[in-house]
Design a protein around this ligand. Structure first.
Ligand code: SF4
Length: 290
């Protein structure tokens, strides 16, 4: 497989074949994101992609494939269909294809177009909400509004695909901490995804948000402040059926919660941690990572 630069994938795609169909992120301006800053965005040619698929096809059964990089759903519909059809043709045992998308790219496709992709194996879309607070979304230069996020989520679900949404604890700083957490819980409830991944903001040197931190414009919540956000967020979440995970390596308190069934139990546990405020209950700083 010919990969260009660092490759990122959702934690749940750890066992998937990562097929790089685009290089970088077409937007690349979110203030906290370092992932693709060094990459100039391009869509790989079908010939490049076909070579990688042919190579992977030699290795036996591959149940899951993840299409990288940052927002591969931006690929024009006929090209994406061609890639999915070729994967189906060549990869034995293929059960599901996953993809990162941003809300604007989802909304460029109508439900019928998304269904065409689903029928060809695209089974899960990973969408970065980060925050449900409009002011925070503006500050971090996310390229979508709360309304667009909710509409994109509905479209993915109407097309019969699974939806996984990522949110970022701490992204509103101390100033917006409470509003960020409560609004994010509320917006997540409207999106009603199948999976939520809550990560904690970790500042990468050289990003615009790093500048904000250095200049004092942004003040990060303490570790227990982040756990308070997690508590507020979960308290505002009402899902039909969702697996909510805060077990990413960036988090101080790793949890895996089946909602709605385990919501109250999880809240009780978080509240006990907040009452005790004992650092020994948290993931040690040296074990945190992006
Ligand atoms: S859209 Fe996603 S990949 Fe692109 S800059 Fe924003 S967070 Fe990073």
């Amino acid at each position: 497989m010919k990969y260009e630069g660092m490759i990122y994938r959702p934690p749940s795609e750890a066992n998937s074949l990562i097929l790089q169909v685009t290089v970088g992120c077409s937007y690349n301006r979110c203030t906290f994101c370092h992932s693709f800053r060094d990459k100039e965005f391009r869509v790989k040619s079908f010939e490049e992609i076909r070579e990688d698929i042919d190579e992977a096809a030699q290795t036996g059964n591959i149940p899951r494939v993840f299409l990288a990089d940052g927002d591969a759903l931006i690929i024009p519909q006929p090209d994406l269909i061609r890639i999915l059809d070729y994967l189906k043709l060549k990869i034995r045992g293929l059960e599901r294809v996953g993809i990162y998308a941003n809300a604007v790219d989802v909304l460029k496709k109508d439900v019928e177009e998304l269904k065409q992709l689903r029928d060809r194996g695209l089974g899960i879309v990973y969408l970065g909400l980060e925050s449900g607070n409009p002011e925070v979304l503006k500050r971090i230069k996310k390229n979508a509004t709360v309304g667009q996020m909710i509409r994109a989520a509905k479209r993915v679900k109407d097309a019969g695909m699974l939806l996984s949404v990522t949110v970022l604890l701490g992204i509103g700083g101390v100033e917006m901490s409470r509003e960020h957490a409560a609004d994010t819980g509320r917006v997540l409830s409207e999106m009603d995804p199948d999976f939520v991944g809550a990560l904690s903001l970790m500042i990468v040197p050289g990003t615009p948000i790093d500048e904000e931190l250095r200049s004092g414009k942004l003040v990060l919540p303490t570790p227990f402040g982040l756990i308070r956000e997690l508590e507020t967020m979960i308290a505002h979440c009402n899902f039909t059926k969702c697996f909510f995970a805060s077990n990413h390596a960036s988090n101080y308190l790793p949890l895996r919660i089946q909602m709605p069934g385990e919501k109250e139990q999880a809240l009780a546990l978080i509240r006990r941690v907040l009452e005790r405020k004992d650092p020994v209950l948290l993931r040690p700083e040296y074990m945190r990572a992006l």
